[in-house]
Design a protein around this ligand. Structure first.
Ligand SMILES: [Zn+2]
Ligand SMILES: [Zn+2]
Length: 340
């Protein structure tokens, strides 16, 4: 099968790989689409990935073979795979945060077998059916949608709050869309790229500004028009610092975007304004079920959240560079084919 393989040194190429063996409790999936994630960008463009590996975890596809011990799944079923569940009993799971289950092995991003290729295997017990009326392509947005839902659920954001989103790439846009689906309207996005600002407005942001338009924070007091919650989706240190400065008393900053540079945290400001900062990693328990339901509900502007032009396997690296430069605002989907 064809696959987009990481070669090392920030380079990728299309290679032929064997179709994976299907264990008795697994199914074989023909990948319909796999979204390019910020994590993939970091792993490839910053060279963390293991040479020879295949990335891509935001996939949806169709069952094409079923292991002998599998019941309840048939060839042709359209599916996504839920994440590994938490133990359900530890401190993190009890708090509804199975992503950081204390009993779970840490995720090994370097040993990951991804879906920038034609076929993947999946644990049949973790499959979820794509609802009727939702395309398999759009279902590939399940994982990032589950992240956006979890991100919003980690806060007590409510209609009437003034919300700031820094960064209007795929993660920021999905966060805006999920906020809007919860009845939150007063959303400002801060984003340097004009194309991404325009897309954020089309998705649901009420205001889109360039980062240099954010007001300077007076010492020990909120800015003139502060925000109760800020979602830092860009991964840029300066955006995180600015987002913290824009918060009102008792405001919350959520770190969603990862990045190489570390922000410097103004602890004095956090003390005087009693701010909270929290990281959002992965999903609620049943987060994929909620994401599929939200995607199928029609409440999200899918055509604005997903870029219209899919890339093929030979286009993955180029799309990663364009995403890192800030050009496409929405999610870029990879169709695991090679150009003829
Ligand atoms: Zn992802
Ligand atoms: Zn647990």
């Amino acid at each position: 099968m064809p696959a987009a393989v990481y070669l090392g040194g920030g380079d990728m190429a299309v290679r032929e790989l064997p179709v994976p063996e299907v264990a008795p409790d697994q199914v074989l999936i023909e990948v319909s689409h796999c979204g390019i994630c910020g994590t993939d960008l970091h792993l490839v463009l910053e060279g963390y990935a293991r040479p020879g590996s295949v990335l891509g975890h935001e996939w949806a596809g169709e069952v094409v073979a079923v292991g002998e011990a599998v019941t309840g799944w048939e060839i042709g079923a359209r599916v996504v795979q839920e994440p590994q569940p938490g133990c359900g009993a530890c401190r993190a799971c009890r708090a509804g945060r199975p992503a950081v289950c204390l009993a779970k092995d840490p995720v090994d991003h370097l040993e990951f077998h991804g879906a920038f290729c034609r076929y993947v295997t999946a644990d049949a017990r973790r499959l979820l059916r794509v609802p009727e009326g939702l395309s398999t392509r759009a279902a590939a947005l399940t994982e990032p949608t589950a992240i956006a839902i979890h991100t919003v659920n980690l806060t007590d954001v409510a209609p009437g709050d003034r919300v700031l989103v820094t960064g209007a790439g795929p993660v920021g846009l999905l966060t805006i869309a999920v906020l809007r689906s919860r009845g939150i309207h007063d959303i400002t996005v801060s984003e340097p790229a004009a194309g991404r600002r325009a897309r954020a407005l089309a998705v649901a942001a009420a205001h889109a500004i360039s980062p240099d338009e954010l007001g300077r924070a007076p010492m020990g007091r909120p800015v003139e028009a502060p925000y109760s919650v800020a979602f830092e989706c860009s991964g840029h240190a300066r955006a995180a610092e600015a987002a913290l400065d824009q918060l009102d008393y008792a405001g919350t900053l959520v770190f969603v975007g990862t990045g190489r540079e570390q922000p410097s945290i103004n602890h004095n400001r956090m003390i005087v304004l009693e701010l909270t900062a929290i990281g959002a990693y992965n999903y609620d328990s049943d987060g994929f079920v909620a994401a599929l339901a939200l995607l199928a509900s029609g409440a999200l502007p899918l055509d604005l959240l997903i870029e219209p032009d899919d890339v093929l396997l030979d286009g993955v690296l180029g799309a990663m560079h364009r995403l890192a430069e800030g050009t496409p605002p929405g999610k870029v989907m990879v169709r695991p084919e090679v150009p003829r």
